[in-house]
Design a protein around this ligand. Structure first.
Ligand code: NAD
Length: 255
């Protein structure tokens, strides 16, 4: 019996084998969970499908989270096939590349809205869709970063979106706690992925971790996955509305 045996859930946010969501999915699978995956578009489907199949995914569904109809279609299909679920992983973010490089004051209205929509609002939409399907004891988990709480160079509009995401975690947790459902975030240290490569001077953030982070190294997708397993399992049954740091380098000073 694994920690997640008999539990079923949806993973939003695998793009490739470097994705944090994939690190989470592997841990959940190893612990006995049954998984459904979504992919953003056809190009990514080619990457996601073989990964999902390798962990015996029961559903692999398209979902552009900027479209309410896509979110509705995912939950309709999951309800049809499974009826109920136990967890949702939201590991999704997006901002225009120039907004992760130019001075923050140059962020356009459209770029600001886009980052907030995809990186923060989608947690609200994904949680709302999941609520009718989540069993008591169910859990929602999202991914955030230190840039929500401090001014990390170049993180810019994404830091503002992550602050909104972290506040959303608290409001959602407060709302759904009475239904026995938990909502949390993991704040991971910098990891090389498709999304993080868009952040200006990202390599410097990786190197700074060696110097300043408590563990004097970066963390891995596997380590985030292990914390996610804890947060999504019954081991964290009393934990909600929290931001759980997986060495985000809290000694890291903005400048
Ligand atoms: P990634 O590129 O592997 O994952 C980002 C995912 O977001 C991709 O799967 C992409 O398809 C998806 N996405 C973007 N726009 C979407 C849309 N409109 N609809 C549906 N999906 C969409 O990169 P990652 O680093 O694994 O990012 C996962 C999460 O972890 C993000 O929230 C990111 O901010 C967060 N995070 C990353 C780091 C890091 O250093 N890599 C650190 C802390 C937090």
């Amino acid at each position: 019996m694994g920690l997640m045996t008999g539990k079923r859930g949806i993973i939003f946010g695998v793009a490739n084998e470097l994705s944090i969501a994939w690190g989470v999915a592997k841990q959940l699978h190893a612990a006995g969970a049954t998984l459904a995956f979504t992919y953003l578009n056809e190009a990514l489907e080619k990457r996601v499908r073989p990964l999902a199949e390798s962990v015996d995914a029961e559903m692999i569904l398209p979902c552009d989270l900027s479209k309410d109809e896509d979110i509705d279609a995912v939950y309709a299909e999951v309800e049809k096939q499974w009826g109920k679920i136990d967890f949702v992983v939201h590991a999704v973010a997006f901002a225009n590349r120039e907004d992760l490089k130019n001075p923050f004051s140059q962020t356009s209205r459209a770029g600001f809205s886009l980052a907030m929509d995809i990186s923060a609002y989608t947690l609200v939409a994904v949680t709302r869709g999941a609520l009718p399907l989540l069993n008591e004891g169910g859990s929602v988990l999202t991914m955030t970063y230190l840039g929500a709480q401090r001014a990390v160079p170049n993180y810019n509009v994404m830091g503002v979106a992550k602050a909104a995401l972290e506040a959303s975690v608290r409001y959602l947790a407060a709302e759904v706690g009475s239904q026995g459902i938990r909502v949390n975030a993991i704040s991971a240290g910098p990891i090389k992925t498709l999304a993080s490569s868009a952040v200006g001077k990202f390599k410097e953030k990786l190197h700074i971790m060696d110097e300043r982070a408590p563990l004097h190294r970066t963390v891995t997708q596997e380590e985030v996955g292990k914390s996610a397993l804890y947060m999504l399992s019954d081991l964290a049954s009393g934990v909600t509305g929290e931001v759980h740091f997986v060495d985000a380098g809290f000694n890291f000073v903005a400048g």
